[in-house]
Ligand binder design. Structure first.
Ligand code: CMC
Length: 429
């Protein structure tokens, strides 16, 4: 029997259909609500609103589960590569050997950026934030790579996807090199995706860089953990902007802007800045925890809390272990890791954090991993963006392929003045 929910308004009962997902989650379908009742729903910040059906990523915030296309993120982090995971997210299935080779060849073919784009990088102020540069450059890609009429729609989409995934990494490394006044290092066809990025970042004509396979592997895991997270703020931005049928570059550029915010991807930079602040103030996390609990103080413990996870973020568990491993290998130790561990210990025993279900999220330990890999603090969120790109692309693709696609356009409950007449300037108070 079809499940329904009942809504009673002004004594009249309306039956609303229910939807059930493959993992048993239930939703009340209100898509005909306004037509049938004249009512809308109000849900600021959308914690109770499902904006779409999606078969890409499943997360259970109570149990700390995250799966891409059904595969647990823990298994992918241990056994897959970022490129393979990107393929999985976009295409729905793990690739065969041939499919993966074809995908890698395409990534290699599209890894250079148009020479004229280098002038853009030259003209950003030196102190410009790399996320601002990245979102502008991704948007600019459309001007340099317009649609080609001789390509089929399918080919065009495939080229656009691989171009984005490949070039975003090249552009991130270029912006780093130019910010330091160094020569640009170009991608090499003999290196894997992660190794290529490390080489473009750290190789130099006077100091050749040898890619350490363990470091490249750590980067793969970092990116896999960030690859998708269902309807988070930046993905919702990509879907919303994309719903106006704008080109993919523009939609991704919007996602990058959303990710920049400190409540979202920008938290990884904010966490390390907070840990440095604690270090400069003697290393005791106590006063910072007290500030985070004070309602009068806007300060929040960065890297703690999540809209969906009400338990330990499964990505943070992996990231914490990786921070230990990478640090041992690269630097031996980092005082910020000790502070982070102390902070976590104290916070997890504090009734405020227990009652509010606030646990470390993915960003809590990721900055420490990035520091150990030699990535500068202001590029942490760029690293997140490179990782999230396959998720944004697959979510965009899913929304474009949806037969029930509609322009995303929420409504509102108006609370402003009622109609009134225009007041000439000399009559205004
Ligand atoms: N420190 C102190 N209190 C917090 C924190 C925190 N980090 N996070 C939430 N709270 C409190 C908040 O003050 C509120 O308390 P009360 O109900 O007593 O007024 C309650 O918890 C609920 O907060 P909320 O803002 O309504 O929760 P939300 O689901 O809208 O926010 C969040 C989620 C991630 C924005 C928030 O937890 C936060 O600001 N965390 C710090 C920033 C951060 O680490 N962001 C990265 C998120 S994970 C990666 C990603 O998505 O990019």
């Amino acid at each position: 029997m079809e499940e329904t929910a009942k809504l009673i308004v002004d004594g009249k009962t309306y039956e609303l259909p229910m939807v059930r997902g493959t993992e048993g989650e239930r939703a009340v379908d209100i898509s005909k609500l306004r037509d049938e009742t004249g009512l809308i729903t109000l849900d600021p910040g959308y914690p109770n609103t499902g904006a779409c059906k999606s078969s890409i990523t499943f997360m259970d915030g109570e149990q700390g589960i995250l799966r891409y296309r059904g595969y647990p993120v823990e298994q992918l982090a241990e056994r897959s590569t970022f490129v393979e995971t990107a393929y999985l997210l976009i295409n729905g299935e793990l690739p065969s050997r041939e499919e993966l080779t074809r995908f890698s060849v395409l990534l290699n073919d599209h890894s250079l950026v148009h020479r004229d784009m280098l002038h853009f990088f030259d003209n950003f102020p030196r102190r410009a934030h790399p996320m601002g540069i990245l979102s502008s450059m991704v948007n600019a890609l459309r001007a340099f790579y317009p649609e080609l009429p001789e390509r089929s729609e399918e080919e065009e989409i495939l080229v656009t996807f691989t171009r984005l995934i490949s070039k975003i990494r090249t552009m991130a490394a270029i912006s780093y090199k130019l910010s330091r006044g160094h020569e640009v290092i170009y991608p090499r066809p003999d290196l894997t995706y992660a190794a290529n990025f490390l080489n473009m970042m750290f190789d130099s004509p006077v100091r050749p860089y040898e890619v350490d396979p363990d470091v490249a592997q750590a980067l793969n895991v970092f990116w896999i953990l960030h690859a998708d997270h269902e309807q988070n703020c930046s993905t919702a931005a990509v879907r919303l902007v994309g719903s106006a049928r704008v080109n993919l570059y523009a939609a991704i550029s919007a996602g990058i802007c959303a990710l920049w915010g400190p409540l979202h991807g920008g938290a990884n930079q904010a966490v390390v800045e907070m840990l440095e602040d604690i270090q400069e103030n003697g290393g005791d996390p106590g006063p910072f925890i007290e500030r985070a609990k004070d309602r009068q103080d806007p300060f929040r413990l960065m890297g703690f809390g999540h809209r969906v996870y009400k338990t330990y973020d499964p990505r943070a568990k992996i990231m914490k272990k990786m921070a230990d491993r990478v640090l041992k290998k690269q630097k031996g130790s980092d005082p910020l890791l000790d502070i982070a561990r102390r902070l976590e210990e104290v916070a997890l025993e504090d009734p405020y954090f227990i009652d509010h279900h606030l646990y470390p999220n993915v960003d809590f330990y990721s900055g420490i991993v990035m520091r150990a890999l030699g990535i500068p603090t202001n590029m942490f969120t760029v690293m997140f963006a490179i990782g999230r790109l396959p998720g944004w692309i697959s979510q965009w693709k899913e929304s474009m392929d949806d037969p029930g696609w509609r322009l995303q356009r929420p409504r509102q409950v108006y609370t402003g003045p009622n109609e009134r007449d225009y007041i000439p300037m000399d009559k205004r108070k």
